[in-house]
Design a protein around this ligand. Structure first.
Ligand code: ZN
Ligand code: ZN
Length: 79
């Protein structure tokens, strides 16, 4: 394997890993806890579970997304 191939592979690995990290705090993204307002949340926030991390990011959907969220809620038996 050539030097460039190795470099390319390493870059690909690095960028794949980046997808799993929170771009605000740099911790793993998946454990972030999703919180929302109300029965069918159209907006809310995420909290990083790492001790002492004050990462706090908000998210929101527009009203058109409500049916999809309700469906998702039923499918996953949330709440
Ligand atoms: Zn964090
Ligand atoms: Zn975070």
């Amino acid at each position: 394997m050539g030097f460039l191939d190795k470099l390319f592979r390493r870059d690909r690995l690095a960028s794949k890993q980046d997808e799993d990290l929170c771009d605000l705090c740099g911790h793993a993204f998946n454990p972030h806890e999703l919180k929302g307002y109300g029965e069918v949340p159209l907006e809310g926030w995420m909290e990083c579970p790492v001790d002492g991390c004050d990462c706090h990011r908000t998210w929101s959907f527009d009203e058109a997304s409500r049916p999809a969220i309700e469906q998702h809620k039923r499918d996953n038996d949330l709440g």
